[in-house]
Write a protein that binds this ligand. Structure first.
Ligand code: BES
Ligand code: MN
Ligand code: MN
Length: 448
């Protein structure tokens, strides 16, 4: 493997600041899409197209035809999360730098480095052993709306035997994983208004309602101090993991103390008592406050009673919750918890249903074998706390959806100093190459 060349190429990809949620980066998203398209052409794709290019294009590709071989759809995303806070990065987020065998850059692990890995594994096979299809999108990090629309209009795009997604991590170093669920997401802005406009806090304070005060009271009502979300009906669809699952999780190299000390780096873990940490992360819904806006937050002091305040919040959803139901439940809870004299609005920004996949298709055994041969251990079934909105849609056509990845738990996704261990990348290329070859050897007939 020519690792110097590969590292140079990945660096070019990572240099592009394709932050999908910030309109100022639209041209960069386009450039990242072009980069992907160029790679697909180099891989000999018969067809490379930008679909739904109203916003950030979905890159679609059809690989060389391999008669009699199964069809494998690779899904990934070329967009990244905003890099701030910038001053916490040791080296700038879009100047990829290797330190200590790790490549530091926004998108190194999520997901450009992993998309790169999937593509370079094809290159490594020499001649593609399966019929490749590609859907590499540019809006995953803010809800995948464009791809959703596209798949609703053209569901045949997902017509494949297997969909492979590498956008996750091992559960621990040397422990590759395949994921059986992803959490869903319900992202909203809650705005409260208490008066026509801001008021002097001396003239009116004591007798006039305060929007910030009402908002924080509302937010505090939505979750108890010990982690129970108070949205009526929210837990009714939630199922406990099976005994087998809980037993598997117990055997994983996961220690609450280490998780707290090295990953969370806080004073204590929080959440629902009586549930293991993994159950809280993987099998229970959450409610997080991301930010609160309004009132006076500039330097200095201003004596004002704010008339309006907004909070950005999100809930993570677990099987069998439904986004639509949770949206209704949240809106109803907000209405119920604010006093009559407060106007409250809930605006939903984006969301996703949770995803569940069964590990029954023979392709899972082949991936397990590929990891076993290259890394020395097969894939352990786990669940994921994060979300990939289009996963349920990708499985609708009957393809087996494989959720896996080559990252490590300490990659710092969405945070400063995101990284990818180069050993993970080189191993990953070997693993996926081997997987493609094993899948190709099965033939289309027994592909499912
Ligand atoms: N790759 C992540 C999803 C992920 C992270 C799965 C960790 C499993 C473990 C993905 O890029 C992501 O961050 N998704 C967003 C989706 C959202 C913005 C709709 C997420 O989970 O916040
Ligand atoms: Mn991702
Ligand atoms: Mn992400």
């Amino acid at each position: 493997m020519d690792t110097d060349r590969l590292l140079r190429e990945l660096t070019d990809f990572l240099r592009i600041p394709s932050v999908s949620t910030l309109p100022a980066h639209n041209v960069d998203c386009r450039a990242a899409a072009e980069w992907v398209a160029g790679e697909l052409r180099r891989l000999g794709c018969r067809e490379v197209q930008f679909l739904a290019s109203g916003t950030h294009p979905v890159v679609w590709g059809v690989g060389p035809e391999v008669p009699g071989a199964p069809t494998l759809l690779l899904y990934g995303h070329y967009d990244v999360q905003p890099p701030d806070p910038l001053d916490e990065w040791t080296t700038p987020p879009f100047e990829p730098t290797v330190r200590d065998g790790k490549l530091f850059a926004r998108g190194a692990a999520d997901d450009k480095g992993q998309v790169f890995c999937l593509l370079k594994a094809i290159e490594a096979t020499g001649r593609p052993p399966v019929n490749f299809r590609f859907l590499i999108e540019g809006e995953e990090e803010y809800g995948s709306r464009v791809l959703f629309e596209l798949l609703r209009r053209e569901p045949e795009r997902t017509g494949a035997d297997v969909v492979l997604i590498a956008d996750m991590s091992y559960v621990a170093p040397k422990w590759p994983a395949v994921y059986t669920t992803l959490r869903g997401l319900c992202y909203a802005e809650i705005t409260v208004r208490t008066a026509k406009s801001d008021l002097h806090s001396g003239e009116f304070g004591g007798a006039a309602p305060n929007a910030h005060e009402e908002l924080v009271r509302l937010l505090a009502r939505l979750k108890t101090p010990d982690g129970k979300i108070q949205v009526p009906g929210l837990y009714s669809a939630v199922r406990r993991p099976t005994k087998t699952e809980l037993a598997t999780w117990k055997s994983l190299p996961f220690k609450d103390g280490e998780f707290l000390k090295h990953r969370v780096q806080a004073r204590a873990l929080t959440g629902l008592k009586g549930y293991s940490v993994l159950e809280r992360l993987w099998a229970l819904p959450t409610l997080e406050i991301h930010g609160i806006m309004g009132g006076f937050t500039a330097d200095g002091a201003k004596t004002v009673i704010p008339a309006e305040a907004t909070a950005k919040v999100s809930l993570r959803l677990v099987p069998n919750q439904k986004l639509k139901t949770v949206e209704r439940q949240l809106a109803a809870a907000v209405k119920r918890f604010v006093p009559k004299y407060v106007q409250a609005k809930v605006k939903f920004l984006h969301g996703a249903d949770p995803a569940t996949v069964k590990l029954t298709h023979p392709a899972f055994r082949l991936l397990d074998q590929a990891f076993r041969e290259v890394v020395g251990r097969g894939t352990v079934p786990a669940r994921a706390g994060g979300s990939i909105p289009v996963v349920p849609a990708l499985g609708k056509g009957g393809a087996a959806v494989i959720l896996t990845g080559i990252g490590l738990p300490d990659d710092r996704l969405h945070a400063p100093n995101e990284k990818l261990d180069l050993k993970q990348l080189w191993d990953g290329i070997k693993v996926f190459r081997r997987f493609y070859e094993l899948l190709g050897a099965r033939g289309a007939g027994d592909g499912r």
